[in-house]
Design a protein around this ligand. Structure first.
Ligand code: ADE
Length: 276
């Protein structure tokens, strides 16, 4: 059985260090600069985990300014094999009411200003150009283990959904929201890209647990998204996601990941075109 270490990237408010036992803080720097905050090393159900607050523990980094490359690099260097990312997002579907948890299986990238690769030709960064395939974007076995663990614990989670990732920090206009619905989006957030892309570039197995906190603004009746509404629904449902993590993680450790880890590392290596 492969030894696993799970990085947990906590989205807004989903970064409560109390879920970890025997915590220690570790501050690191990377060739890409500083991660959003210290990493918190500890254990969940006997499994070694590393928690990182995506927006910083003071929530002082807006989605477009998060140093995604430093975050992923730091987790990889710390020895993580998997990342479970949590994400507060809007719902674009009547079937996904606020409070729902979704194990997403696709993304639609509408970001505009973010570094999406470690292979940028800068000195001190890895050489070559990385053409990373994006299907499947989210690791299928991780998704399956999360879904089964949730089902076993009778925690309702939805299987699959496409998350539209916008640049932010503003929310969408109603026209944009409707356009994303037409394009097939089910959820809308601001951080899954480039996180998922970078995780794949370093051969990490990556999955997202998304929590719908609002209806964005596409509905003709009902509340439109606002920061206060997001926080309120979020606080009402945060316990659900924290208990889910406590259930999933020990289950993940029962799986044999050797082949999956090897496959992702091979994909990461084979996707790089080195200079002649
Ligand atoms: N995060 C939470 N709700 C959101 C929304 N409606 N759009 C983008 N990001 C969000």
């Amino acid at each position: 059985m492969a030894q696993i270490k799970i990085g947990i990237i906590g989205g807004s408010g989903l970064d409560d260090p109390d879920i970890l036992k025997n915590r220690i803080e570790k501050s690191v720097s990377t060739p890409y600069g500083e991660p959003s905050d210290v990493m918190i090393l500890g254990e969940i159900g006997g499994v070694v985990c590393v928690l990182l607050a995506r927006h910083g523990r003071k929530h002082d980094k807006m989605p477009g300014n998060v140093n995604y490359r430093a975050n992923i690099w730091a987790l990889k260097e710390e020895g993580c094999t998997h990342i479970i990312a949590t994400n507060a997002c809007g719902s674009l579907r009547e079937t996904i009411p606020p409070g729902s948890l979704v194990i997403v299986d696709g993304f639609l990238d509408r970001t505009t200003k973010r570094q999406q690769t470690f292979y940028d030709g800068e000195s001190g960064h890895p050489p070559g150009v990385c053409h990373m395939p994006m299907e499947p974007a989210f690791h299928p076995l991780m998704r399956q283990v999360i879904l089964e663990a949730a089902c076993g614990a009778k925690i309702k989670v939805l299987n699959g959904g496409c998350i539209v990732v916008i640049e932010g920090p503003r929310y969408s206009s109603k026209m944009e929201s409707n356009m994303y619905r037409l394009l097939g989006g089910d959820l809308i957030g601001m951080t899954t890209v480039p996180e998922v892309v970078l995780a794949k570039e370093v051969g990490l197995l990556y999955a997202v647990i998304a929590m719908a906190t609002d209806w964005d603004c596409w509905r003709d009746s009902g509340e439109k998204v606002s920061h206060d509404a997001v926080l309120k629904v979020f606080q009402e449902n945060v316990k659900k996601i924290l208990s889910l993590l406590q259930i999933i993680i020990p289950k993940m450790a029962q799986e044999n990941w050797c082949e999956a880890i090897e496959e992702m590392q091979k994909l990461a290596k084979d996707s790089v075109v080195l200079p002649n």
